[in-house]
Design a protein around this ligand. Structure first.
Ligand code: GDP
Length: 200
């Protein structure tokens, strides 16, 4: 897929305020600092479409971008800030769960995982929640330029092994580097293949 146009639509704090047009939608989420903003910018081929390294305490919003006047890329606020207050964490859970459960045109959730680290409990529990909700998802391992190929294979296998403890079927997964634009084509082509089957 070639990205011809990408426009920021809006940031909202409730799924009911999301855009009305029923284009197929793809959400990106992960632990804070996983490289989500960098990945969104890499996919869009823009320097600062999504704000990198946003700090905790900042308003948590659901951010819609319209790509090629055809599908929505949604940048969701990250989880796992060590210092976030309980109230904010609860607000995050409510906002995200409401969005995931109710947003009918949502096709797939991309869950970002830092390829350098072993499976973290909050990643696994977020994924298990998606599975329980019956939502299709794919994994994106980020920052692969920062580790060796062997270590990458080891970490990915460990992560998938952990999922296998609970789920029979494993999700599709992608390896990415925002620095080297690795995985860009694969992710965009995957989105395209789902768009082609979409008749919402
Ligand atoms: P976010 O909090 O998930 O949006 O993460 P950011 O996109 O702000 O990235 C967090 C940090 O990781 C920043 O310092 C980025 O420059 C760095 N980073 C993100 N992606 C990559 C990558 O693919 N390779 C490398 N080497 N650094 C990355």
């Amino acid at each position: 897929m070639i990205i011809k146009t990408i426009e920021f639509i809006q940031s909202v704090d409730h799924w009911k305020k999301c855009p009305d047009l029923p284009y197929p939608e793809y959400a990106f989420i992960g632990r804070s600092n996983v490289g989500k903003s960098s990945l969104v910018n890499m996919l869009a081929n823009r320097k600062s479409l999504a704000k990198t390294s946003s700090r905790p305490g900042k308003t948590q919003t659901i951010n819609h971008f319209l790509v090629n006047s055809k599908w929505y890329l949604v940048d969701l606020p990250g989880y796992g800030y060590a210092t976030i207050s309980k109230t904010m964490r609860e607000m995050w859970v409510r906002m995200i769960e409401d969005y995931l459960i109710n947003r009918e045109n949502l096709q797939l959730v991309f869950v970002l995982i830092d390829a350098r680290h072993e499976a973290q409990d909050n990643d696994i529990s977020f994924i298990n929640n998606l599975g329980e909700l019956g939502l299709p998802y794919a994994l994106i391992f980020t920052k692969i330029d920062k580790i060796s190929k062997n270590k990458l294979t080891e970490n990915v296998n460990k992560f998938l092994g952990k999922l296998k403890e609970t789920w029979e079927e494993l999700p599709p997964y992608f390896m990415t580097s925002a620095v080297e634009a690795t995985g860009r084509k694969e992710i965009l082509d995957y989105i395209e293949s789902i768009n082609e089957r979409y008749n919402g």
